[in-house]
Design a protein around this ligand. Structure first.
Ligand code: 8YV
Length: 322
């Protein structure tokens, strides 16, 4: 029986590529390793049974509508699915799968890294040294804030949020969270639930954002929400950049209402809102959330498990998003 043909839009860890090449005819478009534009994606997908894509690859409704009839499944190398028009895929009977769970710890680690860098001004401090401008230790130099005893507000207490809460509890932080619904006690682990945005925001010494992208969450953190945060709060975002109003965040960082922000995700990335380049109290990372060797292998294998189920075994994929 001929092997199914798989369009692999991006370079993947070697062990993942080796397994894909063992079981599929893999088609990998030439050129730099970056998101595929719709026209290039459609051309490359001709005759393919499945697509293994990543965040940033443009799979909007028009592109999905124009995919060749041979495509039965889109497996995204991400937990987020905001780059894929799920309704359009459903309408065409194309399964969409993602990679939940395996990246929760790695992403929570990056959120905690940003919390620590913001609280202790690590980015500013490193830039001082690299600019060869450090003139020696001084009692009032680069003072940050102690996290122990502070309130960490988690927006979106899913798997990643719960891992972050576990880490933060170990540091003596008090956990508050905002979710559509309250978690059962074994998942809540003593955290304080907020059913309203305003009460939640007012309780955040540190706000960590873990909500999906898309229209429904666009600019969730706008000027009014920022004004509700306590003066001196820290904001960290490892979810999706579209959930933050960049201009409002930059204004609050410049005015001193916010102490610092740590961002791993950006609206329109890899472009970054210009104001962030000029703000000394912002720590910027290039979407590193899941970037560990262990996690990226696990994400790749999860994609292949999903593809194998449908394309090799005619079974339901274990992690179906649509
Ligand atoms: C991915 C992510 O590494 O899973 C997600 O939704 O944002 C990251 O973990 C990245 O999007 C690559 O697809």
């Amino acid at each position: 029986m001929p092997r199914p043909t798989l369009l692999q839009t991006r370079s993947l860890p070697p062990a993942v590529e080796a397994r894909a090449a063992r079981d599929y005819e893999v088609r990998r478009p030439e050129g730099p390793d970056r998101a595929l534009e719709p026209a290039a994606l459609l051309q490359a997908a001709e005759g393919c049974d499945g697509i293994l894509c990543a965040a940033g690859d443009g799979l909007d409704a028009a592109t999905i509508g124009a995919l060749p009839a041979s495509v039965r499944v889109i497996a995204t190398f991400s937990v987020g699915t905001d780059h894929i028009a799920l309704d359009a895929a459903r309408a065409r009977g194309i399964a969409v799968t993602n990679t939940p769970e395996v990246l929760s710890v790695a992403t929570a680690e990056i959120a905690m890294l940003l919390v620590l860098m913001c609280a202790r001004r690590a980015g500013e401090a490193e830039r001082l040294l690299r600019a060869r401008e450090w003139t020696g230790w001084a009692p009032t130099q680069l003072m940050g804030v102690t996290l122990e005893g502070k309130r960490l507000g988690i927006l979106g207490m899913g798997r990643i949020g719960q891992e972050l809460a576990r880490m933060a509890r170990g540091m003596g932080m008090r956990i508050h969270y905002r979710n559509r619904s309250r978690l059962p006690p074994e998942e809540e682990q003593g955290a304080t639930y907020h059913a309203e945005d305003s009460g939640f925001l007012a309780a955040c010494d540190v706000l960590s954002m873990h909500i999906p992208g898309g229209e429904a969450t666009r600019h969730w953190l706008d000027a009014a929400a920022i004004a509700t945060l306590p003066r001196g709060a820290i904001v960290v975002n490892t979810g999706r950049g579209t959930t933050v109003d960049d201009a409002a965040l930059c204004a609050a960082l410049a005015s001193g209402h916010l102490r610092a922000a740590g961002l791993d995700v950006f609206a329109g990335e890899p472009a970054i809102f210009e104001g962030y380049h000029r703000a000394p109290n912002v720590t910027l990372l290039p979407h590193l959330g899941s970037a560990t060797v262990e996690t990226r292998d696990a994400m790749g294998f999860r994609c292949l498990d999903n593809l194998d189920a449908l394309l090799l075994h005619g079974a339901e994929p274990p992690h179906r998003a649509a």
